[in-house]
Design a protein around this ligand. Structure first.
Ligand code: ADP
Ligand code: ZN
Length: 705
C-alpha cells in the first residue's frame, strides 16, 4: 500500500495544501488521480508518494489517471517557483503547465499517413528553373504543396529522381509553406550574433530600433542551436504576430515546428504538445503559454517584444513569461535573448547594471528612420478626426500606390453614450464603467466584462431620446475613412474584427495583397513588416498619455514608437504623423527623436521619485464582496498587517460582476520581503475572511482602477 499527498483541483488559495489518500495501484509523483472529496469526486495532482502515514481513517484514491507522470522534475520545480513567486495556488500552477485536453483517451488515435517529398543526394544537371525550385524550397515538404509551388517542374524532378516521395505520419500541420528571403547580414547584425554566441553571459537584451533586423538575428542564432540537435523556443507577444513569425521561421527551417497559442482548439493544443514531448519537432513558436512546453533539450529561448503587456497572465497564476523563460533557460543551461525596440524599464535597467548583457542594433536595415511630424491639434483643423496635414499625406501616398497604417487605440463606434437631456452616461451595471456603443450590433458593450445591452434609443433615467456622440472608436473611424477615401481599400483590425479563427492572418494577407489603409487598435503596432507602408498616422496619441497608472508613460512611449516603427521599412522613406494636444510631453519628444535612452533617463527619474519599479517591487491586492464595508474592513486589517512594506490605499475601484472592490498597493525594497509578507497574510486571510474574495497580483504590469 502507498500513501499519496494530493493537491485538489480547486483554485482557492485557502485550499492550497495537500490531502492524503491511500493508493493500491502503481502511482508516481506528477500523475493525476481521481479522489473522493466531501461528497464529490475531484481530480488531483500527486505531489508526494510515501510508504507510511501517521494519519488514520484515510480514504482511497478512486483512480490513477496517468500511467506515467505528466510533469517532470523541471516542471514540478517550476510549479513550486510560480506558486511562491506569484503567491498562487499550487494546483493553478500545475494546470497552467498542461494543455487543457490532456486526457488519456486522446492517446488512442488513428495514425494517418501523408505523402512527403524528400531531396536525394546525387547530383545531375538541372535547368535554371529546376535549380531555382530546389534552392528555394526546404525539404522534406508535403507533396501537395510541392506540386503547388513547383508546378510543371514538379513532375520532372520526381521522374528524374532529384526528389523522392515518401510516406510520413501526418500530424495536423498548422504551418504553411513560405518562401525564404536570402539576406546578407549587416555588420551590426553580425556583431550582435557573435556577441551573443560567444558571450559567457546567459541572458541578453537585444535592443534594436524598429526594422533593424532583430528577427534575422534570431534566425541565425537558432540555426546554430538546431545544428547541435537542440530545441529552440520563439516567443511572440500576441496571437496576431504568430502568422508572421511562423512564416519566417518555417521558410528558413522547414515545417517541423510546433505552434502554441490560445486560439488553438483543445485537440490542436494537445497535438502540438505531443509533438514537442515526443521530440518530433525542435522548434516551437508561440505566445505566452508556449513557455510551458515540455522541452527535454532546450538550447535557446528568443523572446520578441519582451516589453509587451500580454506576456503577463491576468489570472491566477499571474506569471510573467519573461520570469518563466529565464527560469527555464537557467535549468537547461541555455541562453535567453530578450529583444525589443522599446525594452521595459526593468529589463533595460538590468542591462544597465550588467545583470543582462546589452546588445544593440542602432540602424535600420535600410538605414533610414521615418520622419516624425507632431501635429498640434490645438492649432490644426481636423475633419472626421483626421488633421488636414495627415489627410494630404495619405493622399500623396495613395497616389504612389503606397500603404497607410492608422492607429486608434479604442475599439467600437463611440466610447461613451451620454443623454443630451439629463447628461446620464450609460454604465455597465456590473462594472460601473461607461459602455461603448457598437454600431454593427446596435448595442452598448462593456469593454471590461464583455456584456452587451441592446441600444433602445431611450435614456433609462429621463426617458429622453437624444444622445451625444462624443469621441470615436475604430468602427467609426473605418466608416469615416470610407467617406473621405471612397476609392481606397480599408482593412480594420481590432478585437471585434478578429474573433474568428485565423482572422488575424486573413486580414493581414488582405492588406498586404491590395489594401490601402490598415486601421486598428494597438494590435497593428506590433511587429508588422510591410515594405509598402510609408505613412503611419496616430489619431489620438493623448489617450495613451493621460492614463494615471505608474507605467502609463512607458506604455505610451512603447505604443507610439512601435506604431512609428511600421513606417518606411522598405525602400521608400517613411513618415509618421502624431496627432496630440500635448506636443511638448517628454514621451512625444523622445518618440520624435527615436531616442529611447532619453526617454529611459527621464522616466527613471520619475520612478525614483515615486519609488516605483524598477526601484521597488509592487503587489496589488484587491478585495471584493457584495458590500463595500466588508471589502474595506478586511483591506484595513491587511494594511495593519503589512509592517515591512509601504501600503497605499485602501481605495475603492470599479466594480466587477456587481462586486464592490477595494485595492491596496504594496511597495517593498526586495522581492523576498514582498513574497514573505504576502504569503504570511494569505495564511491569516484563509483562516478568517472567507466571505471576501482576495485577488493578489504580484509585480502587476498596471494597477487596476
Ligand atoms: P525588426 O524585428 O528589428 O523590426 P525585422 O527582423 O522584421 O526587423 O527586419 C526588417 C526587414 O528587413 C525584414 O523584412 C527582413 O527580412 C529584412 N532584413 C533583415 N535583415 C536583413 C539584411 N541583412 N539584409 C536585407 N534585409 C534584411
Ligand atoms: Zn461590465
Amino acid at each position: 500500500m502507498k500513501y499519496v499527498e494530493v493537491y485538489i483541483e480547486h483554485n482557492t488559495l485557502s485550499l492550497n495544501k495537500t490531502f492524503t489518500y491511500a493508493c493500491q495501484q502503481e502511482v508516481e509523483v506528477g500523475c493525476r488521480v481521481r479522489v473522493p472529496f466531501g461528497n464529490q469526486e475531484l481530480v488531483g495532482f500527486v505531489e508526494k508518494v510515501t510508504d507510511t502515514t501517521t494519519l488514520e481513517n484515510i480514504k482511497f484514491v478512486a483512480e490513477v489517471i496517468d500511467s506515467e507522470p505528466l510533469l517532470n522534475e523541471e516542471l514540478l520545480q517550476l510549479a513550486d517557483y510560480m506558486s511562491n513567486h506569484y503567491v498562487a495556488s499550487k494546483i493553478s500552477c500545475f494546470k497552467i503547465l498542461l494543455p487543457p485536453a490532456l486526457r488519456p483517451q486522446s492517446n488512442h488515435e488513428k495514425i494517418i499517413y501523408e505523402e512527403f517529398v524528400e531531396k536525394k543526394d546525387f547530383v545531375i544537371p538541372l535547368t535554371k528553373r529546376q535549380q531555382e525550385i530546389m534552392d528555394t524550397l526546404s525539404f522534406p515538404m508535403p507533396a501537395t504543396q510541392f506540386r503547388k509551388v513547383a508546378k510543371s517542374v514538379a513532375k520532372t524532378l520526381i521522374e528524374k529522381g532529384v526528389v523522392q516521395i515518401v510516406l510520413k505520419e501526418k500530424h495536423r500541420n498548422l504551418v504553411e509553406w513560405a518562401k525564404d528571403k536570402e539576406v546578407e547580414l549587416k555588420p551590426e547584425q553580425k556583431m550582435a550574433i557573435e556577441k551573443i554566441q560567444n558571450g559567457a553571459e546567459n541572458v541578453y537584451l537585444l535592443h534594436g530600433v524598429t526594422g533593424s533586423g532583430k528577427t534575422e538575428v534570431f534566425l541565425q542564432l537558432a540555426l546554430n542551436v538546431l545544428r547541435e540537435g537542440k530545441q529552440v523556443l520563439f516567443l511572440v507577444p500576441e496571437i496576431g504576430l504568430t502568422p508572421m513569425m511562423i512564416q519566417r521561421v518555417s521558410a528558413r527551417f522547414g515545417q517541423d515546428i510546433a505552434i502554441f497559442h490560445s486560439r488553438l482548439s483543445a485537440q490542436e493544443k494537445y497535438d502540438q504538445y505531443q509533438l514537442v514531448k515526443s521530440n518530433q519537432v525542435n522548434i516551437v513558436v508561440g505566445t505566452r503559454s508556449a513557455v510551458f512546453m515540455p522541452f527535454q533539450n532546450l538550447g535557446l529561448i528568443l523572446m520578441d517584444e519582451e516589453h509587451d503587456n500580454s506576456y503577463k497572465q491576468d489570472q491566477m497564476p499571474r506569471y510573467h513569461t519573461r520570469d518563466i523563460a529565464l527560469k527555464r533557460a537557467e535549468y537547461h543551461r541555455c541562453k535567453c535573448v530578450l529583444a525589443s525596440a522599446t525594452p521595459s524599464l526593468e529589463s533595460y535597467a538590468r542591462a544597465y547594471k550588467n545583470v543582462y548583457k546589452l546588445v544593440t542594433l542602432t540602424k535600420r536595415i535600410n538605414d533610414s528612420m521615418p520622419d516624425i511630424h507632431v501635429i498640434d491639434m490645438r492649432k490644426e483643423k481636423a475633419r472626421f478626426g483626421i488633421s488636414q496635414t495627415l489627410e494630404q499625406a495619405m493622399r500623396n501616398r495613395f497616389a504612389k500606390n503606397e500603404q497607410v497604417i492608422l492607429l486608434l487605440n479604442r475599439r467600437g463606434y463611440i466610447p461613451i453614450v451620454r443623454c443630451q437631456d439629463c447628461q446620464e452616461v450609460l454604465l455597465c451595471p456590473d462594472c460601473g464603467i461607461a459602455l461603448s456603443y457598437h454600431k454593427k450590433e446596435n448595442a452598448c458593450i462593456c469593454h471590461i466584462c464583455g456584456n452587451s445591452y441592446p441600444f433602445t434609443n431611450t435614456c433609462p433615467k429621463c426617458k429622453g431620446h437624444s444622445f451625444f456622440q462624443t469621441g470615436m472608436g475604430t468602427e467609426k473611424l473605418e466608416e469615416l475613412m470610407k467617406m473621405i477615401f471612397p476609392e481606397q481599400k480599408i482593412v480594420r483590425m481590432d478585437q471585434d474584427s478578429t474573433r474568428r479563427k485565423n482572422a488575424h492572418k486573413t486580414l493581414l494577407e488582405e492588406f498586404e495583397k491590395d489594401g490601402d489603409i490598415l486601421l486598428g487598435t494597438q494590435m497593428i503596432t506590433k511587429g508588422l513588416d510591410f515594405e509598402k507602408v510609408t505613412c503611419v498616422g496616430i489619431i489620438n496619441a493623448d489617450a495613451a498619455l493621460i492614463r494615471q497608472d505608474y507605467r502609463s508613460s512607458e506604455s505610451a512611449y512603447q505604443i507610439l514608437e512601435q506604431a512609428s516603427g511600421r513606417s518606411g521599412r522598405g525602400n521608400q522613406k517613411g513618415e509618421v504623423f502624431i496627432q496630440t494636444f500635448q506636443p511638448e510631453h517628454f514621451v512625444i519628444q523622445s518618440v520624435m527623436e527615436h531616442n529611447y535612452i532619453s526617454f529611459f533617463n527621464q522616466e527613471m527619474k520619475y520612478r525614483h521619485l515615486g519609488w516605483y519599479p524598477p526601484y521597488s517591487f509592487l503587489c496589488s491586492i484587491i478585495f471584493s464582496s457584495q458590500k463595500i464595508e466588508d471589502s474595506l474592513r478586511i483591506a484595513q486589517d491587511a494594511k495593519q498587517f503589512f509592517k515591512d512594506c509601504k501600503v497605499l490605499g485602501p481605495i475603492e475601484i470599479s466594480m466587477r460582476n456587481k462586486q464592490r472592490r477595494v485595492r491596496l498597493l504594496l511597495k517593498a525594497n526586495s522581492i523576498e520581503i514582498l513574497e514573505h509578507s504576502v504569503q504570511a497574510w494569505v495564511d491569516i486571510y484563509s483562516k478568517k475572511h472567507r466571505n471576501v474574495k482576495m485577488d493578489i497580483n504580484m509585480h502587476p504590469m498596471y494597477v487596476e482602477e
